[in-house]
Design a protein around this ligand. Structure first.
Ligand code: ADP
Ligand code: NI
Length: 220
């Protein structure tokens, strides 16, 4: 196996190239933020640092949302890449499993056999932290714009008990996404450090929504 730093650098180069045309909320900079936050969490949590770093870098390599809903493309692409770099089988398997099980939608599923690990928990926390706070707000409206969604529509209330299929097809205004997902993430954090970091970002979203409605309603 090649030197660890070289493997990380090769993976960074690969991911940057793969994500060249990705939409703004899922571009290389999202990966870089998740990678950096994962490394921050690693300082406080015990885990296999190589698995965490590789999974952070590869976790959005082929988002099913942009690949006709095919959920197996991401893990497969990561596996093929890591094999080409002669990474050991255990690491490849673990990284692929993390990518497969990480998304919020999968966590809503009742799977008979549910995979989890400290490494998955760290990358998932880092990914969730990037979905909340100021960056999370920017990403939500960016995604809404990409999908041509309304910002807000008082006649369309948030739907708090959507099935996985309904969630995927939902065309609701972006403000609804706060209630359907973003404000729920704080309580889903896995690690102690992640929970702590989520607090401030969560509060920022609450303040943001308060101001949003104030301006929406034309209040003084
Ligand atoms: P991740 O990058 O964590 O894999 P997703 O693919 O679920 O997360 O979403 C990427 C970004 O797009 C997140 O910031 C998320 O909040 C946002 N997003 C996803 N679905 C919606 C939606 N229906 N409305 C607004 N934003 C969304
Ligand atoms: Ni992500």
């Amino acid at each position: 196996m090649m030197k660890e730093n070289q493997l990380i650098q090769n993976t960074i180069d690969f991911v940057k190239k793969e994500l060249q045309h990705a939409e703004g909320g899922h571009d290389w900079f999202h990966i870089e933020r998740v990678f950096n936050t994962s490394k921050l969490l690693l300082k406080h949590e015990q885990a296999d640092a190589m698995v965490v770093q590789l999974a952070a870098l590869l976790h959005d390599i082929a988002d099913p949302k942009f690949h006709g809903g095919d959920e197996s493309i991401g893990p497969k692409t990561a596996e093929t890449f890591l094999k080409s770099k002669s990474v050991d089988g255990g690491t490849i398997h673990h990284v692929a499993n993390i990518i497969k099980h990480m998304s919020f939608k999968n966590s809503l599923e009742t799977e008979t056999e549910k995979f989890t690990s400290k490494e998955l928990q760290i990358v998932q926390d880092a990914d969730r932290l990037d979905a909340i706070g100021a960056i999370g707000i920017a990403r939500a409206f960016n995604y809404g714009g990409f999908k041509n969604r309304e910002l807000h529509n008082p006649d369309i209330p948030p739907n708090l008990d959507m099935t996985k299929e309904e969630y995927k097809k939902s065309k609701g205004p972006t403000i609804n996404h706060f209630y359907e997902k973003l404000l729920l993430l704080k309580d889903k954090m896995n690690t102690k450090t992640g929970k702590k970091l989520a607090e401030e970002r969560h509060q920022f979203m609450l303040d943001y929504l308060k101001q949003f409605y104030k301006e929406w309603n034309g209040d003084e």
